[in-house]
Design a protein around this ligand. Sequence first.
Ligand code: 48H
Length: 262
Amino acid sequence: MPIFTSVSEKDVTRAIVSEFMKQFDQYAEADCMIVGGGPSGLMAGRELARQKYKVLIIERNNYLGGGFWLGGYLMNKVTVREPAQKILDELQVPYIKYVEGLYVADGPHACSKLIAAACDAGVKIANMTVFDDVVIGENNRVRGVVVNWTPITALPRELTCVDPIALEAQIVIDSTGHDACVVRKLEERGVLKAKGYGAMWVNQSEDLVVEHTGEVFPGLVISGMAVSTMYGLPRMGPTFGAMLLSGKRAAEVVANILTKQK
Ligand code: 48H
């Protein structure tokens, strides 16, 4: 007696293709496209999706989580400073208090809980998808992203030329970490100037990142390390509280803009 129900190979193929295409079609337009599925992007996505906004995360890797799987130096313990442990509580991530105001959790546990929380809230994911450019609309406002399959970027130009496609959104968040890819693209166009992140200073940097999280260009909000890169703020090193709180702040900013646009 077989354990599994019999299905045909073509059904497996059609299940993948038709469900993928259905979602792709639905998410060619969203309220918010988040470029980068690290801790700040996931947090922003989770908060917005909880408020029933339609959110798509564009992630160039196969996996989500960015730098949140590991703490520093390839060691998989992540730290957060008070008050960010409250987010770990919310996500039901176990942690210990190391010293007053500093908490440590298992990276894989914290990261997988955050990914699950974003997905549970309703965020959809386009992984293996790389940001290529922005879509610009009336009033010189960002109104979407141009993307391609990540493997396309690894192919030699003389072998193939595959045009990217565009996805539309009311608001885009740049959550691409140190690279700040969306900001840098606007810099290439001469409409923004990023300063590059500064040297490490944990006690200064985290507050500054959260405070500076916001709309940096019409239709473009920035979160996480991209904020340090944009404004030349000090880096914080391997501690993630500001990434989580910056994601939360970015979601508040986006929700505000979307409410005003209605
Ligand atoms: C699609 C892209 C593209 C692209 C990048 O680096 P991240 O973890 O980003 P944050 O800002 O949420 O968190 C930063 C944190 O991990 C960190 O590095 C800290 C705190 N450093 C402190 C210090 O002092 O150095 O995630 C960014 C995500 C990744 O998953 C990338 O793969 C993705 O964005 N990404 N996705 N298209 N062009 N570029």
